[in-house]
Design a protein around this ligand. Structure first.
Ligand code: PEP
Length: 254
């Protein structure tokens, strides 16, 4: 009942030329995407409009990597959900661990952003995940539970089902180290159980992506886990062949 979502988080990499070349290369390697898989690219803000134009009439979706929680106002340098929707974005990544760590984003702020994105029909990809110390001390379930509960706090089932959760153990992001398929499945099932407590059966329709050094060589075993509904991919999404290979793996497992 859940469609795989393969999402590329380009982070702060590449300018307009890089973005255009990467998108052309993805389209060249993958002219058609199976209806059973959603594919999303999240370039830097400055390349969003260009990406939306370039991907017009393709099945690729475009999303942003962040947004402000207010609709408009004196917030120099910020971008709102309303602007992203106007530009043609359908998703927005929220609460990435890099935003939590370097920009001091709190659970409360991420909740406010989630609510605002939903109010504008922009689907949030809410990132959660523990630090290495937290896993080592056995606190990882508590940490992730707190992050999930904060993001979904007070939402209706209709709102909750539009959210995508990305479980990204911080120790696996950009490190080349990946959670084992068993570790990923264990945490994904735990996240789904929290969502079930709050939203009942609707939790079975909420997609939970794995993120943290997903690449062509490990995507298959991760995506085969029953509660892994796709991937949020950083490094490997910057290489068309690698990204397309992960998409193809998801298609073969659908
Ligand atoms: C990410 O930052 O969302 C991510 C998963 O990065 P990487 O794939 O490079 O670990």
């Amino acid at each position: 009942m859940r469609k795989f979502l393969i999402a590329g988080n380009w982070k702060m990499n590449g300018g307009a030329e890089f973005a255009s070349d990467l998108l052309s290369s993805i389209k060249e390697h993958k002219p058609a995407i199976s209806e059973d898989v959603d594919v999303l690219v999240c370039p830097p803000f400055i390349s969003l409009s260009m990406a939306i134009d370039q991907l017009h009439e393709t099945d690729l979706l475009v999303g942003a990597q962040n947004m402000h929680q207010a609709d408009e106002g004196a917030f120099t340098g910020e971008i709102s959900a309303k602007m992203l929707v106007e530009a043609g974005c359908s998703y927005v990544i929220l609460g990435h661990s890099e935003r939590r760590a370097y920009f001091h984003e709190t659970d409360q702020l991420i909740h406010e952003k989630t609510k605002n994105a939903l109010a504008h029909d922009l689907a949030p990809v809410v990132c959660v995940g523990e630090l290495l110390e937290e896993r080592k001390s056995g606190d990882h379930f508590n940490v992730v539970k707190g992050q999930v509960q904060a993001a979904f706090d007070g939402l209706s089932s209709e709102e909750a089902v539009q959210i995508v959760v990305a479980y990204e153990p911080v120790w696996a992001i950009g490190t080349g180290e990946t959670a084992s398929p068993e570790q990923a499945q264990e945490m994904h099932a735990f996240i789904r159980s929290i969502l079930k407590e709050h939203f009942g059966e609707i939790a079975d329709a909420i997609r939970i992506l794995y993120g943290g050094s997903m690449k062509p060589g490990n995507a298959g075993e991760l995506l085969q886990q029953p509660d892994v509904d796709g991937g949020l991919i950083g490094g490997a999404s910057l290489d068309a062949e690698s990204f397309v290979s992960i998409i193809t793996t998801a298609e073969s497992l659908s």
